[in-house]
Design a protein around this ligand. Structure first.
Ligand SMILES: [Zn+2]
Length: 144
């Protein structure tokens, strides 16, 4: 709690800082009347000589921010926990499934039987194979 007691004025504290920053944000979003109120109150607090009231406001502000931070951290924890369970786990499992499938398919070649057009799965990179169709028992040579 650094205080600026110049000329018996209360000076800048974190609540006034918040008010001034808020007014700048309000200017950015073109909310001018609210910006004037926030800036006016901030400047009033900085120049105020009523230390007790200003300190009470500062305490109230800090309590408010503390509570808000606490609630927000609890909320973001809950949300991230839910997201982890829901979306991230689903993405992970479908990604793993795709990887497994790709690794599986990599070792096989799909060929069609020239006679009955049945799709057959052959092991890859085995050179010339004599394939017997499992449906029509037709034999044919295939390079894999
Ligand atoms: Zn066949």
């Amino acid at each position: 709690m650094k205080k600026n007691y110049i000329n018996g004025r209360y000076g800048l504290d974190s609540f006034s800082k918040f008010l001034l920053i808020a007014s700048a944000v309000l200017v950015l979003i073109k909310s001018y009347p609210a910006a004037v109120v926030f800036a006016g109150y901030g400047i009033f607090r900085i120049l105020s000589k009523d230390f007790q009231k200003r300190q009470r406001e500062e305490m109230g502000y800090k309590n408010f921010v503390g509570t808000l931070k606490y609630r927000l951290s609890g909320l973001s924890y809950k949300i991230s926990k839910k997201l982890n369970w829901g979306i991230f786990d689903r993405i992970k499992s479908s990604y793993n499934k795709a990887l497994r499938k790709a690794a599986h398919n990599k070792n096989y070649k799909i060929v069609k039987c020239p006679q009955c057009k049945q799709k057959l799965r052959l092991p890859k990179n085995k050179g010339n194979l004599v394939v017997t169709c499992k449906t029509c028992k037709h034999e044919f040579k295939k390079r894999t």
